[in-house]
Design a protein around this ligand. Sequence first.
Ligand SMILES: *Cc1c(COP(=O)(O)O)cnc(C)c1O
Length: 395
Amino acid sequence: MKNEKGSLMRPDALPASASRPVVTPLSPSVVYASDTPDMLDQQYEGGLQGYTYSREGHPNADVVAGRLDRMEGAPHPGVMTSSGMAAVSAVLLGLTSTGDHVIGGNQLYGRSLRMMSEDLPRLGVSTSMVDPGDIGAMRAAIRPETRMILVEVVSNPTLRVADIRALAALARETGVLLVVDNTFTTPRAFRPFEHGADVVLHSVTKLLAGHSDVMLGYVTARDEALNDRLRVFTVTAGMSPSPFDCWLAERGMLSFELRYDRAEATAAILADHLSGLKGVTRVLYPGRADHPDRALLDDLMQGRFCNMVSFEIDGGRAQANAFTRAADGLSFAPTLGDVGTTISHPASSSHRALTSAARHALGMSEGFFRISVGLEDPEALCGVFTGAVAAAMAV
Ligand SMILES: *Cc1c(COP(=O)(O)O)cnc(C)c1O
């Protein structure tokens, strides 16, 4: 097909097709052309649905957001962001003002903690970090100017569980927003809106996209005005995601439920296997009978757990080095939710800024590891751990 206006830069129309693609087309266009100023007016005023500029929204973001909205039971269309931290930042910066106070769980994702300890105070927003499992301490931390409580459902890397229902009741009673980072649990295991959360956010980078090739976030609020505010703030602050990342995330999410179920089942097998190995001093897994939050887990997650297992081997840094060296075929990498099993060592990564005493108080010795279980054959995976723990004990 020859472009009649050959020297002009407008693309040719796509060839007509009576049938439709079965895969969402990738739409990298940054700008969208309207016919007239009247039409553009109507688009901006909401009378006509149409894209204008991709920072403001694009089809690939809306398709992924729609999928996440259904999974979370979100009452309004959620907002895709360029990373999980952009979603966290949109909430912390877009919904607070100078003079406000924010309470965060004391075991939040490292960068979320940093935003709370470094950036919010610089902008005149005071912060407190509180154990989300201690409702009494949470209540005591609330002040008249408290705007929100930000928690994760399962803490990293100690896998303790926050009583979201009690926190939601406390938040409602005191007029504070409850914000839940649902990255670890995902809507497969836990749907925060059903338990009273006001805002739900995700690092889609992790289990949802699932292949360690996309950086993406999602955030949505129960209240329509707050949800609109989050959208406007992310557009103004330039936190919008790339169409390609949204397209890849959609592709990954088509297999999300299958991946989650498989990884969760293998995590339970691995946790039991680890607990029987000589040299393993502690195993933490939400699916185990000995988990300290057993009753809360049964109540909130109704038989679902997660793909994360934490455990401790006897010894110090030398044993830890020997363990990762011998864990052949697994990535020693500070992430989670990949198709492959990844191992992280909090003492040298996520919690390296803490003093050794502070780490020990949280139960994170040099022998402490967090595993994000992937899709490997469970028996083969257990074999790798058997070998690696034995190698560490031989040091
Ligand atoms: C990874 C992570 C984030 C940040 O997400 P990015 O996509 O890496 O920016 C936030 N919260 C939790 C719980 C995470 O695991």
